[in-house]
Structures are given as C-alpha cells and as structure tokens.
Design a protein around this ligand. Structure first.
Ligand SMILES: [Zn+2]
Length: 59
C-alpha cells in the first residue's frame, strides 16, 4: 500500500474536468479529500476508491 499523508501530491488516473491530474491530499479518514492543484476544487472519495483511482504519488 502506498504511503501518503496530508500534503502529499498525487497523480490520479482520471483527469479533473479542468485538465489537471495532480491533486494534493487535504484530509485522510474513512474518506480522502483531495484538492485539484489547478483549479482548487475539492473532491471527496472513499479510501478504497481513492486507492483504485490514484495512479502514483508525485516524487
Ligand atoms: Zn481542477
């Protein structure tokens, strides 16, 4: 399981409607809240779905 924390930048498999695929994790719980690094919108995903949709952690 990949390691991530609040503040970790991740690349998602699917782009946000704004065309960006880099997001910053802003909350971790049962749900993971991520913020689009381009347009600043927030998305909330159940952890299991987040793990499926995340492509990789940005180095
Ligand atoms: Zn966006």
């Amino acid at each position: 399981m990949p390691e991530y924390n609040v503040g970790t930048v991740v690349i998602m498999k699917k782009q946000h409607p704004c065309g960006n695929s880099e997001f910053t994790i802003t909350r971790i719980g049962a749900d993971i809240k991520i913020k689009c690094n381009e347009c600043g919108r927030f998305i909330m995903l159940p952890r299991i779905e987040f793990n499926k949709k995340m492509k990789k952690i940005k180095a």
